[in-house]
Unconditional design. Structure first.
Ligand code: KIV
Ligand code: NA
Length: 265
């Protein structure tokens, strides 16, 4: 694939090729992730935690999401860029949801938007789709609802919630979304959903029976180091590596070792 499109993702599902997705919020990181060959870059509202240091994803604004997304879009050559609609920008009514999605597409150049929820936001999803904007769904442990859930534990372990989740996944397919993220739900349930709908299902903490995986880049690089859920595989320990680099720089400066003869004019 020269450039990943919503179409190529469906082809990947049909061919049994897994989809790899990671987050990015800035130009430099997006450039590295894109060049490595990622299929989808998510400009997640996890920027609220990772970039801004908020406790939840709720405070990040539409303007801030557009700033992050436009930085990412300038870096990419191949990946599909999906941008989260932030809390409060789409739940109220479908007209403001559409306005939010249009602003993201126009002002950032992103390729699609992601919204959290199922039947509660069906009108918003439909209205955004009527404007020709691709929508990715997101069900399970949806972090914008953290105060409703009360904790970050696994969702849909009970039958009632699992049934609602399956219905919402079907609805998301029927409305015309191009893909669905399932976050922190039992692997068996996630696999069942992935097998029952034709659009790609991307999991995070949802097991290996889905069509693709997503992680927060800063987590998988080991930069955020107080966070260690079971689903997180760490590919580097950048927190330690960076700490060592900073300590070495500090001591080089203090010891007058930096700059040396070759590092000055
Ligand atoms: O904001 C985010 O990073 C996300 C992923 C974890 C799916 O929504
Ligand atoms: Na998100």
């Amino acid at each position: 694939y020269k450039r990943i499109t919503t179409k190529s993702l469906v082809e990947m599902k049909n061919n049994g090729e897994k989809i790899a997705m990671l987050t990015a919020y800035d130009y430099t990181m997006a450039k590295i992730v894109d060049k490595a060959g990622i299929d989808i870059i998510l400009v997640g509202d996890s920027a609220s935690n990772v970039m801004a240091g908020h406790e939840t994803t709720l405070p990040i604004t539409l303007n801030e999401m557009i700033y992050h997304a436009s930085s990412v879009v300038r870096a990419i050559e191949r990946s599909l860029v999906v941008v989260d609609l932030p809390f409060g920008s789409y739940q109220g009514n479908s007209r403001s949801a559409l306005d939010s999605a249009i602003r993201i597409m126009k002002e950032s150049g992103g390729h699609a938007v992601k919204l959290e929820g199922g039947s509660e936001i069906r009108e918003s999803i439909s209205r955004i789709l009527t404007a020709g904007i691709p929508v990715m769904g997101h069900l399970g442990l949806t972090p914008q609802s953290i105060y409703k859930f009360g904790s970050y534990t696994v969702r849909a372990k009970e039958d009632e919630e699992a049934e609602k989740l399956k219905e919402d996944a079907l609805l998301i397919e029927q409305l015309g979304c191009f893909a669905l993220v399932l976050e922190k739900i039992p692997a068996k349930l996630a696999q069942e959903i992935a097998e029952s709908i034709s659009i790609p299902v991307i999991g995070i903490g949802a097991g290996n029976g889905v069509d693709g995986q997503v992680l927060v880049t800063h987590d998988m690089l080991g930069m955020t180091h107080e966070f260690h859920p079971r689903f997180l595989r760490r590919y580097l320990d950048l927190f330690s590596e960076m700490t060592t680099a900073f300590e070495n720089y500090i001591s080089d400066v203090k010891n007058r070792d930096f700059p040396n003869e070759n590092e000055q004019y």
